[in-house]
Design a protein around this ligand. Sequence first.
Ligand code: PLP
Length: 377
Amino acid sequence: MKFATELIHGGAPIDPEHGSLSHPIYLSSTFAQRSMEHFGKYDYSRSGNPTREALEEAVAGLEKGAVGLAFASGMAAISSTLLIFAPGDHLVVCEDVYGGTFRALTTVLKGWGLNATFVDATDTAAIAAAIRPETKALYLETPSNPLIKITDLKKAAVLAKEKGILTIVDNTFMTPYLQRPLDLGCDIVLHSGTKFLNGHSDVLCGFAVAKDPAVGQRIRFIQNAFGAVLGPQDCWLVLRGLKTLKVRMEEHQASAKVIVSWLKEQKEVAKIYYPGLPEHPGYEIHNAQSAGPGAVLSFELSSYEVTRKLLEGVKLSAFAVSLGGVESILSYPAKMSHAAMPPAEREARGIKDTLVRLSVGLEDPQDLIADMESSLR
Ligand SMILES: Cc1ncc(COP(=O)(O)O)c(C=O)c1O
């Protein structure tokens, strides 16, 4: 099946009993058993639930993985996946990793004994240099957040295979419509499904998809042991949201391109970070490993005052945390996605106080431009 067809028909089949096109929501927390010797497929919803399973299979199929697992948030997916490692293990992590992941790694997981070295992952030699005997995985985001840096996933995965370690990729910004890390040799894909996968700013959810069934079973064990699962009603909303992923991504991306062209002409805009721009240092690598630049971009403004005018002045784009919804969202990484990162670390990574991130929604791009224009002037 091609991607668009898989979105509609790849997950749960039409309900054989009643013919319902929409997958039923199984709200039951537990399932009655008929035999003392042989329990049925489901026994308790933390361990397995038919609505969650339909969603997990749908996302695993889209990412071309063997096992998909749905969690209560992106952070739940990320933290649970990182618990497949053991105290004393070490990870090499891209330096502008999502702030919440940075926080989990540098506080909770560090306290538990999992160590991380943060590197500029655009430089494969820097990744290689950070690998130690106790390193168990590379943890990457490409494009990264919020500086939209590009990591060569094929090269990273080859390096990881040579060293016998896993490659984990947070694919939130791209979605499997635009980029499939497992096809590029990586081992685990993570998502904040809260973003484009669900797409409607009405569910918090996360996913882990593993290429190798054995790795998937390790994550499944943690999912059940820790219990940060996604509830069936939310699973159903995401199943619905997923069906329009292709058309949403196409529209989001087309509008992002129009807005980037406009931003390029604005004197208040000092720098634009978008992998669709030929002058972006990762342009060629991104083009080779993905089907498009996506709809998230960052830009630096000429001063703090101009930044405030834009963020506080816009009426159509929400000034908010998050991305990937049908509504455009302008966010301020220094105080939002990267607030968990100490100011010195943030500065060192180039996340300035004049940097804003735009997730382009499904409004008409000309309306979005007019809105930004009137708040800038
Ligand atoms: C790239 C990325 N990964 C993970 C997360 C965490 O996901 P959630 O907010 O669903 O826990 C986010 C949230 O903004 C994100 O942008």
